[in-house]
Design a protein around this ligand. Structure first.
Ligand SMILES: CC(C)(COP(=O)(O)OP(=O)(O)OC[C@H]1O[C@@H](n2cnc3c(N)ncnc32)[C@H](O)[C@@H]1OP(=O)(O)O)[C@@H](O)C(=O)NCCC(=O)NCCS
Length: 144
């Protein structure tokens, strides 16, 4: 299990997101429910900061508070992020990746139209060798 970020770590994470928006014109969005201002998580586009065979690439990613799973919110927001990436940003392709055990994340990828690239499997360089989170599967979607 991941532990919650300390407040300085969380602030640094947000600073990184804002810098990404300033540099690239896109980034991870804060997600709220319509008519509510509670922050429920983030979904959006980002450029991975590690070396991998599929790089350079733009990733669509997500993380929601557990209380807000199973309502389709990640799927709805991720679809909007991919549309924004293609229509406004002009990307030619978007990728996503996770460990094979992260079925929920893979289901979001599949629901929004990404397909697995079996040749794209990779070992995550930021995860120690032998760790169960090191082997990742890669999904892709090309601009329409
Ligand atoms: C990955 C993550 C965002 C997926 O959450 P999720 O709740 O499974 O995804 P969604 O919000 O799209 O909800 C999908 C569920 O809502 C249901 N649903 C209801 N209405 C829906 C709609 N209009 N559209 C799509 N799905 C809908 C789906 O049937 C699905 O149900 P299920 O939970 O029974 O399978 C969440 O598990 C998470 O934050 N995980 C931790 C962080 C993480 O692993 N991030 C990825 C790292 S690589």
């Amino acid at each position: 299990m991941l532990k919650p970020l300390a407040s300085e770590e969380s602030d640094a994470f947000v600073d990184g997101i804002e810098k990404h928006f300033a540099e690239h014109g896109f980034g991870l969005w804060a997600v709220e429910l319509r008519g509510d201002t509670e922050f429920i998580g983030f979904v959006g586009l980002s450029i991975p900061r590690f070396e991998a065979p599929f790089m350079p690439a733009v990733e669509v990613g997500w993380r929601l508070d557990r209380r807000f799973w199973s309502h389709g919110y990640a799927t709805e927001a991720a679809r909007a992020a991919v549309a924004d990436g293609f229509e406004r940003v002009g990307l030619r392709e978007i990728v996503s990746f996770t460990i094979p055990a992260n079925i929920r994340s893979i289901r979001v990828m599949e629901r929004i139209g990404l397909t697995r690239d079996p040749a794209g499997d990779f070992e995550h360089p930021n995860v120690p060798e032998g760790h169960s989170h090191r082997h990742n599967v890669l999904y892709r979607i090309a601009a329409p």
